[in-house]
Ligand binder design. Structure first.
Ligand code: ADP
Length: 170
């Protein structure tokens, strides 16, 4: 890992002891499948109540809640783009998810933040391109700001882990 402020781990993001985990939410912010479902299940019903009060979120933007039953103190909910073949500026929207989430983290004095592969599950974004965007946007942000101090990419499977590892070693 060339950048000391970036880490890569394999596993379940709901179990991490960090200041904030990022959720790959949908526009309603009211839960769904994949990592969103896992975060809501682990955090408990009070998360749903706070999410209801937020009145949704636009694609590419992010909103913050408490972490409730998670070890993580906060959850940053960002809405990734669905992949439509690359014709709807999906890369731009995904980049915006990372920028918005990192900005919100900085504003909330978050030191450690963990990201899943936003949009790379049911939203169908190509995993290699998504990892490249995640890494580039993160480097761009942390080069300019001292917070968050540490950004952790969480790969859920071996393939995704290898994709990130290769890009991070370059
Ligand atoms: P999206 O709708 O944004 O595509 P998904 O939840 O379907 O969101 O998938 C996003 C990514 O999160 C996928 O790469 C998936 O493998 C991964 N993922 C699913 N569950 C977890 C988890 N518990 N921890 C970390 N990553 C997860």
């Amino acid at each position: 890992m060339k950048n000391k402020r970036i880490e890569l781990i394999k596993g379940d993001i709901t179990r991490l002891d960090v200041d904030a985990v990022v959720n790959a939410a949908n526009n309603s912010l009211l839960g769904g499948g994949g990592v969103d479902g896992a975060i809501h299940k682990a955090a408990g019903p009070d998360l749903y109540k706070e999410c209801e009060s937020l009145k949704g979120c636009i694609t590419g933007e992010a909103k913050i809640t408490k972490g409730y039953k998670l070890k993580a103190r906060h959850i940053i909910h960002t809405v990734g783009p669905m992949w439509y073949g690359g014709y709807r500026d999906e890369p731009g929207s995904l980049a915006s998810c990372y920028q918005s989430s990192l900005k919100l983290a900085k504003e909330n004095k978050i030191k450690t933040i963990a990201f899943p592969g936003i949009s790379t599950g049911v939203y169908g974004f190509p995993k290699d391109l998504a990892a490249l965007i995640a890494i580039n946007e993160t480097k761009r942000f942390i080069n300019r700001h001292s917070l968050p101090e540490k950004v952790i990419f969480v790969a859920y499977d071996d393939d995704n882990y290898e994709t990130y590892r290769k890009l991070l070693d370059q």
